[in-house]
Design a protein around this ligand. Structure first.
Ligand code: ATP
Length: 865
């Protein structure tokens, strides 16, 4: 089976029972059944029951279960039942949240899964790579991932990077002929391509020989890494913080336990209380809150066209201070139309060519021949620059397919954004001609002659000056300019060295207007303290004209060319970088230096990319952003976010979402910690003053495990805050749990504790410990629920609207109802050790529980702008 490289391509097609037309739909179905999907085995997903069981692995839950067993052993069956019920409910809640988060993250993953182009039923179609089967005819272009092993049928300068298999970082130039040897190492099987590699140059057609685990990479691959749960930096730091806090609190619980015993309290009661205190004070939900908020947040971002591929990106999004963006298609519409043409010494509008003039007609032919794009039934397929040329030809009733049949292509050198040229060799009147099109500044240095209707002349400085002048005037209007040239060659076998000694044929300019949204998005960036930078392969004058229009460029001195950057040392670039907003004629390797220069100045940088060579820059950036429509698979793989609409304004929206998500996570954690602090302070107070305990163990469990987590999630889902893009980017070095955060947690905790203890003292004054506990418990529970409204935002409720977070209302109502069930239903009253309350006492509890909300809102109204 493994000797496809030793056979001719016809033999391989025969062996695999497939024709040049590709497989039929039924055949694909049959083969899928036989070989399965084209994917590497992943670790099995956990079942809901497994997730449920995992909730019991938590250290605190284990302590609780131990406590339940001990109390059962000591005959306290009621406490045992309460603890078991509370623990199970908590685990159910945890499982539901985990599943929800997992589902939304999975749907996100599906959105960014790789695709492949194959021939099915004689039609070229794009399918998810996992649907490839053995025998599929697969098309490969520069920037594509090879997603199955295959034998090459057609090869146009195909070069493939196979470093993931062979470790060799240089690309391999592929061949089609059979290799007559046994035992050839992978790197030398030049007529094959292998899954896990990617195309760096050229194009090719292959027939798939093996898929999934049968591919070479499948044989060496371990289970896929992506199946493992990876934590984000924020989650890791919260986990660490949680652990440290847990140790401190357990120490505290032990001290309080010892104090209780010392004072002669019952051993079991003291033990249960210490356990409950630990459970109530240790914030075990911190990192899972982050997971849930990130999962829902990224779902929302996906709906707004930004697909997050790496979760940790969301955390840094809010800190972005520079966006380096491509021009074409991202800031502009990528809908190009030909405008002015320069040919035979004159400038003409796009519809005013004189086709009777052979020089003018030949320029039109060249634009259709040195061109891979087509329009079929109004559908435009291919590079927009080339589509514009096809439409230009259609304006004169020249059909690109007919022309390409009449003057067949016998050789080619594909376009790449480093070289900025493309050449084809076509048959024309019995001879072979190489047609080259590309960036004028690159092309001009290769020109030795010029053709006009009067004949072909040597190319002089005068010609050069005139053409440069025309180019400048086109570019000043924001037009993109392509130069065209040709020469006679012997045959189709050409190399880059042949792109020389050319005869100039003409210039074709095209318009690519800015996207409507770009204007506002650029303004929003600047207001949000984010510097937008344009990086483009286009000409400096064209780029500057567009940048000026949309507000990126204020002064001509802010635009430079890649060639200038090349002359600067890294140190000099770092010095200059803050003053540059447009980089023109840039190659992918300049991009990485620009990102690094900004980063060294302490910035968090987003960089867009689409090409095969953009990978390193996308990886170097803090957030690599790939284009979903025009981007190559390689660029997508290297990025942490993909834009499904290729639109600059989507990045700005994503940053605003990132800022909100971070703020929501912070608020939600503050809510949890402030509530816990309130409870702990109340217990400490009672313990230090040798008062009776303010809560029963079940009270603390009830609050912490049942009524607290829903509001925390609701705060995490707080809708977008209006002013979030009026602030400066968040300093990435300031941790989430910083000093001012701790101060707020403490103050809010103190207010909650004060309300709770006031209720406790009122109860004690009535002479009943049970009543005092009931009042303290109810006040703590309600005050924490109401505090949820404080935690929504830095701003007052009057500014953000009382009813704008309906989830929080729902969570608070559920909490209040649960509390009232416990306070009012006799069987539950017994279990939860609560005393009946009079309406007056209910009033007192509500008034006290509302006091932190009222005080904090008052403060916000008075002091926060
Ligand atoms: P951006 O980098 O903002 O996407 P761009 O599309 O102009 O801008 P490239 O695609 O790298 O960047 O193109 C660089 C230059 O190469 C263009 O300005 C143009 O002169 C030339 N060019 C673009 N497309 C082609 C093509 N299909 N054939 C020949 N030359 C091209």
């Amino acid at each position: 089976m493994n000797d496809f490289f030793r056979k001719t391509s016809e033999e391989v097609l025969n062996d695999l029972e497939v024709t040049q037309k590709g497989l039929t739909a039924e055949e694909v179905e049959r083969r899928r059944e036989q070989y399965g999907f084209n994917e590497l085995a992943e670790e099995k997903r956990k079942t809901a029951f497994q997730v449920f069981l995992e909730q019991f692995k938590d250290f605190l839950v284990i302590i609780l279960i131990a406590a339940a067993l001990i109390s059962a052993f000591l005959g306290e069956l009621e406490s045992t039942i309460v603890i078991v019920v509370v623990v199970i409910l908590n685990a159910v809640l945890g499982t539901v949240q985990h599943r929800k988060a997992e589902q939304s993250l999975n749907s996100l993953k599906a959105l960014s899964s790789p695709t492949a182009k194959v021939l099915r039923d004689a039609q070229k179609v794009e399918i998810p790579s996992r649907e490839i089967v053995v025998g599929d005819i697969l098309y490969l272009d520069a920037g594509d991932f090879v997603s199955a092993d295959g034998r090459i049928l057609e090869n146009h300068s195909l070069q493939v990077n196979e470093s993931s298999l062979t470790g060799e970082s240089l690309s391999v130039l592929k061949e089609t002929g059979k290799i007559d040897q046994e035992d050839v190492p992978i790197g030398d099987k030049k007529n094959m391509v292998f899954s896990g590699s990617f195309v760096t140059y050229g194009r090719g057609v292959v027939v798939v020989t093996s898929t999934g685990m049968n591919t070479e990479i499948g044989k060496i691959a371990n289970l896929l890494e992506s199946a493992k749960d990876k934590k984000t930096p924020l989650q890791n730091s919260l986990d660490q913080f949680g652990k440290k806090l847990a140790i401190a609190i357990i120490a505290l619980a032990i001290i309080i336990f010892a104090l209780d015993l010392f004072r002669g309290n019952d051993l079991v009661d003291s033990f249960m209380f210490a356990v409950a205190l630990a459970v109530a004070a240790i914030p075990e939900a911190l990192s899972s809150i982050v997971t849930i908020v990130l999962a829902f947040g990224t779902q929302k971002m996906a709906k707004q066209n930004a697909i997050v591929r790496k979760l940790h990106a969301v955390e840094s999004l809010g800190s972005i201070s520079v966006i380096c963006s491509d021009k074409t298609g991202t800031l502009t519409q990528n809908k190009m139309t030909v405008q002015k043409v320069y040919v035979d010494n004159r400038v003409v509008e796009h519809d005013k060519l004189d086709l009777k003039n052979p020089v003018e007609e030949r320029l039109l032919l060249m634009s259709l021949l040195c061109n891979d794009s087509v329009t079929i039934e109004q559908k435009e397929i291919g590079d927009p620059t080339e589509v514009a040329l096809v439409n230009f030809g259609e304006g004169y009733q020249y059909d690109e397919l007919k022309i390409r049949k009449e003057y067949p292509r016998i050789g080619e050198l594909p376009f790449d954004s480093d070289r900025k040229l493309m050449s084809t060799v076509n048959k024309y009147e019995g001879k072979s001609y190489m047609v080259t099109k590309g960036a004028l500044d690159v092309l001009l240095s290769r020109i030795v002659k010029i053709e006009t209707s009067e004949g072909v002349y040597d190319f002089t400085d005068k010609h050069r000056k005139e053409i440069e002048e025309i180019n400048r005037s086109f570019s000043n209007d924001g037009l993109r300019v392509l130069g065209f040239a040709y020469k006679e060659v012997k045959d189709g076998d050409i190399s880059f060295d042949d792109e020389n000694g050319l005869t100039f044929a003409g210039l074709i300019s095209m318009m690519d207007p800015p996207r409507e949204e770009s204007y506002d998005a650029v303004a929003a960036c600047i207001e949000a303290g984010i510097k937008p930078v344009m990086i483009t392969g286009d000409h400096k004058i064209t780029a500057a004209a567009i940048a000026r229009q949309i507000g990126i460029l204020m002064d001509e001195s802010e635009a430079v060319e890649g060639s200038e950057v090349e002359k600067w040392s890294d140190e000099k670039l770092k010095e200059k970088v803050a003053g540059i907003s447009v980089y023109a004629r840039v190659s992918p390797e300049h991009k990485i230096r620009i990102v690094k220069a900004w980063q060294e100045k302490g910035n968090v940088v987003a960089m867009t990319g689409d090409g095969v060579n953009d990978g390193p820059a996308l990886k170097q950036a803090d957030i690599g952003v790939a284009m979903g429509i025009t981007g190559t698979e390689v660029a997508k793989e290297a990025s942490s976010m993909v834009l499904t609409d290729d639109n600059f304004s989507t990045i700005v929206k994503a940053i605003s979402n990132g800022r909100s998500i971070y703020a929501n996570i912070q608020n939600s954690i503050r809510f949890l910690l402030a509530g816990n602090t309130g409870g702990v302070l109340a217990v400490l107070y009672a313990s230090l003053l040798a008062l009776p305990v303010p809560f029963a163990a079940v009270h603390l469990l009830f609050i912490n495990l049942l009524t607290d987590s829903l509001p925390a999630i609701a705060i995490g889902l707080e809708p977008h805050q209006k002013n979030i893009m009026k602030e400066k980017p968040r300093d990435i070095h300031v941790p989430l749990l910083n000093k001012s955060f701790a101060r707020r947690v403490l103050v809010e905790g103190l207010l909650i504790a004060a309300a709770t203890l006031t209720a406790f003292h009122i109860g004690l004054a009535k002479g009943s410990h049970m009543l005092a506990m009931t009042m303290a418990f109810s006040t703590l529970c309600l005050a924490r629920l109401f505090h949820g409204f404080n935690a929504r935002s830095r701003q007052s409720l009057f500014k953000i609207g009382l009813f704008t977070n309906k989830y929080l209302w729902l969570a608070v109502i559920v909490g209040v109802v649960l509390l009232h069930l416990v306070l009012l239903l006799p069987p539950l009253m017994g279990v939860f050790e609560v005393a009946p309350l009079t309406p007056g006492q209910f009033g007192t509890i509500y008034a006290l529980a509302l006091s932190p909300l009222v005080l904090i809102q008052l403060y916000k109204v008075l002091f926060i702008k």
